[in-house]
Write a protein that binds this ligand. Sequence first.
Ligand code: NAD
Ligand code: UDP
Length: 321
Amino acid sequence: MSRTILVTGGAGFIGSHLCQALIDRGDGVVCLDNFSTGDRANIAHLLDNKNFSVLVQDVAEPITVEVDEIYNLACPASPVHYQRDPVQTTRTCVLGAISVLELARKLGVPVLQASTSEIYGDPEVHPQIETYVGHVNPIGPRACYDEGKRCAETLFFDYHRQYDTKIKIARIFNTYGPNMAPDDGRVVSNFIVQALSGNPLTIHGTGSQTRSFCYVDDTVAALIALMDTPKGVTGPINIGNPEEHTVRGIAEMIVAAIASSSSLDLRPLPEDDPRRRRPDINLALTVLNWSPTISLNEGLARTIDYFRGEGAPARKDASAF
Ligand code: NAD
Ligand code: UDP
């Protein structure tokens, strides 16, 4: 039986892949977005599909649609973007959570929260396991996002306990792939754009900090698997690739993959930048029977093709909106 699914933030990087995957399996999709960091071009090719519609609004405003499931992805995710208007970021995280939870409560449908590894802050436990409560600076420049997302998790669990709302929380670790904006500001897209244009790669600090990068198709498969779990499965569940790399290592891999002449340009390390990050994914393995399938080499090759324009899906003129 075909269902209708609300994807907030559906015009963004991960959201657009999620919309596509849900459409591909026969669901109807309502994509809610205010296009603050999303791109109309990411979803323009879906506009002719009768199972796809777009709702242009702020997630923090009351939502009035009839749907069977809700994925809440609406929120800027790149540090550059979420720090540009930090009050709006906290508002999106907190009021956006209340907005989707109220809808889920009213309709009696499950709601999945795109939470984040930033819940763990600059972690003192490594690798990060879901029971670790984190090490977050509540007054630093990343707090609008970190504390906003932490408060959203609080709201999800309080709606679950107080109103029996069906909740699912995914703690997503660094995800990359096609449909990232060239000016997104995150490390993989920055380095690929810089390497393709022959500009120096901007390494923050010494580049010894680590991240674990998951290709977007793997992340989307995990989100759908989590939504499809029985009601009692709430998470939080870590979704990410447990292979850990230094930022300098990623820069070197990208320069080599592109055979670029770019040099490395060391810049100051941003305040509160986490020193290391790697998910413990045993819970995802056990509960979702999920683990990433796409290697970093393969994922980077696909992403590089996308930024070269070779792998990008046929896109329509975004003025179709
Ligand atoms: P993105 O910036 O590409 O997408 C976010 C989307 O939300 C955009 O389309 C944007 O226009 C929309 N949006 C932002 N504020 C909104 C608002 N107030 N109302 C309506 N729409 C709004 O980011 P992404 O990487 O696709 O991230 C999607 C979600 O996944 C976010 O919630 C993010 O916190 C979470 N996440 C992403 C990563 C990652 O590595 N990409 C990691 C952890 C968590
Ligand atoms: N980074 C970098 N150069 C860039 C962009 C990011 O060295 O041009 C670093 C950033 O300081 C962090 C890591 O790469 O240590 C990952 O940053 P990103 O913004 O992708 O995500 P984060 O995990 O910090 O949210």
